[in-house]
Write a protein that binds this ligand. Structure first.
Ligand code: RUB
Length: 307
């Protein structure tokens, strides 16, 4: 349990962050917990696995990759402890292997849509979006990237550093400069924390302003998302919860503590409606947002949602 708690703490404090990384870390935690689980009965095994799964899922509420990963990894059908343990180990390993392959496939598929000379705008720090950008560069395309700062946690700096390591030229801008620079942009590429059955995207706060500005300027808006980022429970209309984080991420509390009429809000994600999204690059190909329902139904399975 100590390792599970450590992983949960790293996810909560964002030492492990980004929907894909969170999912892989959770799958590993479930696998390692099941491996070392010493129980007297199958009932106890089931109860402990359920407890750990729920605990991991509760660490961050928005990234649907987290419950999807935990549910896929902790699946077993045997009523025998040793066999059930083995099933969990295999399912978790399969999930981790597929997650790595999915990132590669997204890079390969999405990079074909990048033209030589493209200026790409991105937001936050998405490994899926970066996979497309770096693959295009490795394939010899002469590209450059405008990256937002992504306040308050400034994940844009991680993006800039990653692209710099590849030798890709970048420009760092504040989040509010997105519309000002959109005229210089050919494509916007962002990642996903969740994709709803209606094709709406949930991603880092501010993503919807990139989408609006791209729509206004008639620039292409591309989302990079593994199929495990699609949300099964949205099929029956369950909303995706937007995480609201501590306000001291935004402002020094001492600065506002003596003010009595001020409230500070810190939502970590926002919604981008499907009509502002041109395509979603997934590990099974490029789809229009209207196909999100099909991805959930045919590639994730209904049993993942609380349906
Ligand atoms: C990260 C974020 C990323 C998505 C996709 O938010 O919004 O765009 O998680 O990332 P946070 P990836 O920093 O709050 O976790 O493509 O790496 O899964």
């Amino acid at each position: 349990m100590q390792k599970v708690q450590e992983t949960a703490e790293k996810i909560r404090t964002m030492e492990i962050r980004g929907a894909g990384r969170i999912a892989k870390a959770a799958a590993e935690a479930v696998r390692d917990y099941a491996t070392g689980l010493d129980v007297a009965s199958m009932e106890e095994f089931s109860a402990r696995i359920r407890e750990v799964s729920n605990f991991l899922i509760s660490t961050r509420p928005t990234a649907v990759s987290l419950p999807n990963a935990v549910k896929l990894s902790s699946k077993y059908s045997s009523a025998n402890v040793e066999e059930a343990r083995q099933e969990i180990i295999e399912n978790a390993n399969l999930f981790i292997e597929r997650a790595d392959k999915a990132l590669e496939k997204i890079g390969k598929i999405g990079s074909r849509r990048i033209q030589d000379g493209d200026v790409i705008m991105t937001h936050c720090n998405s490994h899926a979006a970066l996979s497309i950008i770096t693959k295009a560069f490795e394939n010899g395309k002469d590209i450059s990237v405008i990256s937002t700062e992504s306040r308050p946690r400034c994940q844009g700096l991680l993006t800039i550093r990653h692209l710099n390591d590849f030798g890709i030229p970048t420009t760092l801008i504040v989040d509010s400069a997105v519309r000002y620079y959109m005229k210089d942009v050919d494509k916007v590429i962002v990642g996903a924390d969740a994709i709803a059955a209606n094709g709406a995207l949930v991603n880092k706060i501010g993503t919807s302003q990139l989408a609006l500005a791209a729509h206004e300027a008639r620039k292409s808006f591309m989302v990079a998302a593994e199929t495990f980022k699609f949300s099964p429970s949205t099929i029956v209309g369950n909303p995706i919860e937007i995480e609201e984080r501590a306000v001291d991420e935004i402002v020094d509390l001492a600065v506002i503590s003596e003010l009595s009429h001020v409230q500070v809000r810190n939502p970590a994600f926002d919604f981008t409606p499907a009509e502002y999204i041109d395509m979603i690059v997934t590990d099974i190909g490029i789809i229009p947002p209207a196909m999100a329902y099909t991805v959930i139904k045919e590639h994730l399975g209904w049993e993942l949602g609380e349906i």
